[in-house]
Design a protein around this ligand. Structure first.
Ligand code: PSU
Ligand code: MN
Length: 308
């Protein structure tokens, strides 16, 4: 009995891994729960193209009929995009149950890291990560994404985190857990829709090669856990902070009023923000994911050279 019996590794991904070529993991909750259809599947397919154009191989992770998909096909992505919120949002605690029950699951940052690590993939690109929620001092709502970053050796390239979260507490938590937080060409934590949050990061690195080197050293030193690379949204696609912050405040207020809890909070907030701000936030969201895919692919290429 082995791990492999639960996994379907896409042949293109399997070949790249065998040959030591760069692979970039991608999550599927961003497809099912992060964007509406059909923009979700169009974005997911375009992200894969961007990664290929940089000389790496994309591997979108998901669970379909209980099978761990290491590299979805275009048909899988269409299926997950269309099924949307009806797909189970799958974090660490959900994974074994869905596999045992042979159900479908969309992987969060935490679960995508788990599948990437099982398959031997080191670099992962997404939009935003989960974190410490506002009011966590009473609700204890802290995303399992942060625990995963503390224990699983995968680098996550994101555009920071949305201020649906308490960004200050999120940084404190990551520090406690020993997760390096890198700003790509910036000393400030980006806040997803905007390039600035008012919070500093500890380390600024300016090239994909420097990021790859830092992660490579962490591996060589046998230190557990990953690394969070925060890549600011390009200024051309930034949102007006006043507009987006007002929408976030409203969404958070509505979630509290309606008593939304647990795993439903993040999808509820993402959906409400999109409704309140219309197409503007969706376009920013799409553009920052493209930007992260490009940086992740370049970094995976640099890392593959170091590992040769
Ligand atoms: N934040 C975003 N977009 C997303 C998510 C978070 O801006 O799509 C998704 C990711 O899959 C992330 C998950 O891993 O939500 C975190 O959920 P929770 O807060 O319930 O841990
Ligand atoms: Mn939560």
């Amino acid at each position: 009995m082995s791990l492999k019996q639960y996994m379907d590794v896409n042949p293109e991904v399997a070949k790249a891994l065998e040959e030591g070529r760069p692979v970039v993991a991608l999550e599927s909750t961003i497809i099912s729960h992060g964007m509406p259809y059909p923009q979700n599947k169009e974005t997911a397919l375009k992200v894969e193209e961007i990664i290929r154009a940089e000389g790496a191989v994309p591997a979108t992770m998901a669970i379909i009929n209980g099978r761990l998909k290491i590299g979805c096909t275009a048909e899988d992505i269409e299926y997950l995009g269309k099924k949307g919120l009806a797909v189970n949002k799958t974090s660490r605690r959900d994974l074994p149950i869905l596999v045992a029950k042979k159900e479908d699951g969309a992987t969060t940052v935490a679960t995508t890291m788990i599948l990437a690590s099982m398959a031997g993939i080191k670099v992962f690109a997404t939009g935003g990560v989960g974190g410490v929620h506002r009011g966590a001092e009473t609700t204890m709502d802290i995303s399992a994404d942060l625990e995963e970053l503390a224990m699983t050796p995968v680098m996550v390239v994101c555009a920071g985190a949305k201020s649906i979260l308490d960004l200050g507490l999120t940084l404190e938590y990551l520090e406690t857990k020993g997760v390096p937080v890198i700003g790509y060409q910036t000393k400030e934590l980006p806040a997803f829709y905007t390039s600035k949050s008012g919070f500093g990061v500890d380390y600024r690195l300016d090239t994909p090669e420097e990021i790859a080197e830092a992660f490579y050293v962490k591996q060589q030193l046998n230190m557990k856990g990953g690394m969070l690379v925060t890549n600011p949204i390009p200024t051309a696609f930034e949102m007006d902070p006043a507009v987006i912050n007002k929408a976030i405040e409203q969404a958070v207020r509505e979630a509290n009023e309606q008593g939304v809890k647990g795993k439903n909070i993040t999808p509820f907030l993402l959906d409400r923000i999109q409704q309140i701000t219309g197409g503007d936030s969706l376009n920013s969201n799409i553009q920052l994911v493209f930007n992260n895919a490009r940086l992740a692919a370049k970094t995976a290429v640099a890392l593959a050279k170091l590992e040769k």
